[in-house]
Design a protein around this ligand. Structure first.
Ligand code: IPM
Ligand code: MN
Length: 367
């Protein structure tokens, strides 16, 4: 798909989107995102065709499996997958392979060969007071992107087992897996501020020695991008001490899981963070936060992460950068006008808006 799609004004461009609301707040924030997409489709003369699928606990309840074949099929035949969130206490006692997280989300990532997880984090000036960091630490502005390897590392390495008295996981990487995600990270840095920090634990781990070697080998292909390496423990500290130094962070599956959650704390709410998981064919878009079961069904969940995930879908999945920009602009307008859920309003005068109201406002700004 190319970017000229949204230029054509005669025939409506048609996009097939697999919608997987999942568990907890998933369904309501998904509805909010679809409301915004509907405004986008009018403005840009697009047609989004939605196919709904079950995943996670919702699929376990209905079909006794966290990832039904139908859902996989739906995703494989779509232009992009928009996911809500999976998991909740109701399914926590199940064996790992059946739990929504491993049997649903991780299995879907594996099946779709999603190898790079992009988690952008910005501290928006209009809500910067919510950040747990004081303003001195935010002086340089925070606008970073973690590119996390998603298909390998300790999450998937074999052997993997648990006995009564011991447990074993294997941190394994081959060079090709590292090079593939490294190229993507270099390219992302080239479209941003040309700075790439590769994070590893090469002072201890052999898989990190290979990581560093593989990243170094790719670097000459991207001469404009400045590459540096950082140990993960230091990176965790730098994220707090001086987050403005980062542009793109490239790291493995486990380190990326942890660092991206740490970076997610910077804007002050998990409710504003989207993510994209890119593969070799269809890509998946989901909020970085969890299913927040305690908020489910109360019209209190912040829909912005899901809405911004829809924006990432427009940009990376459908080749619609103008649509993505329109969504982002509308979201920022909702911040400046204070039409926000409670998580974004600490210490402010405005009353909290509900999930639906926020979505309505954001959709309304897209005209
Ligand atoms: C994430 C989540 C998942 C992960 C869990 C739910 C399996 O924490 O997307 O970061 O660890 O990858
Ligand atoms: Mn995580």
């Amino acid at each position: 798909m190319d970017n000229t799609t949204e230029m054509k004004s005669t025939a409506k461009a048609n996009f097939k989107i697999a919608v997987l609301p999942g568990d907890g707040i998933g369904p309501e924030v998904m509805e909010a995102a679809q409301r915004v997409l509907s405004a986008v489709s009018k403005k840009f003369n697009l047609h989004f065709e939605y196919g709904h699928g079950l995943i996670g606990g919702a699929a376990l309840d209905a079909m006794d499996t966290p990832l039904p074949e139908d859902t996989l099929h739906l995703c494989r035949s779509a232009d992009a997958v928009l996911l809500g969130s999976v998991g909740g206490p109701k399914w926590d006692a199940l064996p790992p392979e059946k739990r929504p997280e491993r049997g649903g989300l991780l299995a879907l990532r594996k099946q779709l060969n999603l190898f790079a997880n992009l988690r952008p984090v910005r501290v928006y000036p209009s809500i910067a007071h919510l950040s747990p960091l004081n303003s001195r630490r935010l002086e340089n502005g925070v606008d970073l992107l973690t590119v996390r390897e998603l298909s390998g590392g300790i999450y998937f390495g074999e052997p993997k087992e648990k006995c009564d008295t011991s447990g074993l996981d294997t941190m394994y990487y081959d060079k090709q897996t590292i090079s593939r995600v490294a190229r993507l990270a270099f390219e992302a840095a080239g479209r941003r501020r040309n700075k790439l920090t590769s994070v590893d634990k090469a002072n201890v781990l052999y898989s990190s020695l290979l990581w560093r070697e593989a990243v170094e080998e790719i670097a000459p292909e991207y001469p404009k991008v400045e590459l540096d390496h950082m140990y993960v423990d230091n990176a965790a500290m730098q994220m707090i001490v001086n987050p403005g130094q980062f542009d793109v962070i490239l790291t493995g599956n486990l380190f990326g899981d942890i660092l991206s959650d740490e970076s997610a704390a910077l804007p002050g709410s998990l409710g504003v963070l989207p993510s994209a998981s890119l593969g070799d064919s269809v890509h998946l878009f989901e909020p970085a936060g969890g299913s927040a079961p305690d908020l489910a069904g109360l019209d209190k969940a912040n829909p912005v992460a899901q809405i911004l995930s829809a924006a990432m879908m427009c940009e990376y999945g459908l080749g619609l950068p103008d649509a993505a920009a329109a969504i982002r602009k509308a979201v920022e307008q909702s911040f400046t006008e204070g039409i926000c859920t409670a998580d974004l309003l600490s210490g402010s005068e405005s009353p909290a808006a509900g999930t639906t109201q926020v979505a309505q406002a954001i959709a309304g700004y897209i005209i």
